[in-house]
Design a protein around this ligand. Structure first.
Ligand code: G
Ligand code: G
Ligand code: MN
Ligand code: NA
Length: 249
């Protein structure tokens, strides 16, 4: 597999880059922070999206050094932002299962000097179901003062009881529900249920994939605390990120 050989060399060759997409705090309507989203600048194929190489990176184990690089690079970048802005980084279940994820995260904070309270780590339901070791790692990470976030909520198989058992500070509603909001009453019902549950459990709720003002109005009314999506900004290279919300919210 040609792409696999390239992937092994890509880290050494410095071909990965991180793009940042803001998430907005609703109410104050300010930028709350940025999610780090990795891309591969392939010498022949151009910019490759993570959907096309993260699965391969996970199968080959390359996700472990790649994930550590993303953490270190993104923490260093975040040091140049206003001090109120948070950084969200995605963690693969493979990274969580691997023994020293807590050390890897602590090291990225130490090298950069970023405070733990500014870091959010996003995991999917798969990570929560991956076993006791993964759950233990998440508890240790939360113990460092880092916010653990449940990503893509509603698409996986985690039971509702996992939500209460795990130390999640925030839930991100999958963009599939957000896309259907104006047309599907079932999506509205699901969003309302997730938001109410999160409120009861004392968790924040981010709506992802917000593309229109119509969606935003429904999400605000439902009680979402944060929003992210093309309506506000696409992911951008670090040199092009903006700290002010450009859209009226
Ligand atoms: O940026 P984009 O929407 O193309 O990202 C697609 C998917 O890739 C998302 O599900 C996102 O969570 C994942 N992803 C992006 N960056 C990273 C990363 O650094 N590590 C992991 N594990 N997944 C990432
Ligand atoms: O799974 P995760 O939430 O980590 O992935 C974020 C992905 O969603 C990124 O690949 C990003 O490019 C994409 N994304 C962000 N905002 C929007 C949006 O408004 N619409 C769509 N379709 N995708 C989005
Ligand atoms: Mn994410
Ligand atoms: Na997501």
């Amino acid at each position: 597999h040609a792409l696999e050989i390239d992937l092994r060399l890509a880290l050494q060759r410095g071909e990965f880059e991180i793009h940042y997409q803001p998430f907005i705090k609703l109410g104050s309507d300010t930028v709350d922070g940025f999610e780090a989203l990795v891309r591969w600048r392939h010498p022949n194929h151009g910019l490759i999206s993570p959907d096309r190489f993260i699965p391969l990176a996970e199968e080959t184990g390359i996700i472990v050094p790649l994930g550590a690089w993303v953490l270190e690079r993104a923490c260093a970048d975040a040091m140049s932002w206003p001090k109120t802005m948070k950084l969200a980084v995605n963690l693969s279940p493979i990274q969580l299962r691997q023994g020293n994820i807590v050390d890897t995260v602590a090291r990225a904070l130490k090298i950069s000097g970023l405070r733990a309270s500014r870091l959010e780590l996003e995991v999917t339901e798969t990570a929560v179901l991956a076993g006791a070791d993964s759950r233990r790692a998440l508890e240790l990470i939360a113990g460092l003062g880092i916010a653990v976030v449940l990503d893509d909520f509603g698409t996986g198989y985690a039971s509702l009881s996992h939500l209460a058992e795990m130390p999640f500070k925030k839930i991100k509603i999958d963009r599939g529900f957000v896309a259907n909001l104006p047309t599907h009453s079932t999506s509205r019902a699901i969003v309302a249920a997730i938001t109410n549950l999160a409120r009861e459990l004392g968790m924040e709720v981010t709506a992802e994939g917000v593309e229109t003002e119509e969606q935003l109005i429904i999400l605000k009314a439902a009680g979402c605390t944060n929003a992210q999506g093309y309506f506000f900004a696409r992911p951008h290279p670090h040199s092009q990120i903006e700290f002010n919300v450009m859209k009226p919210v």
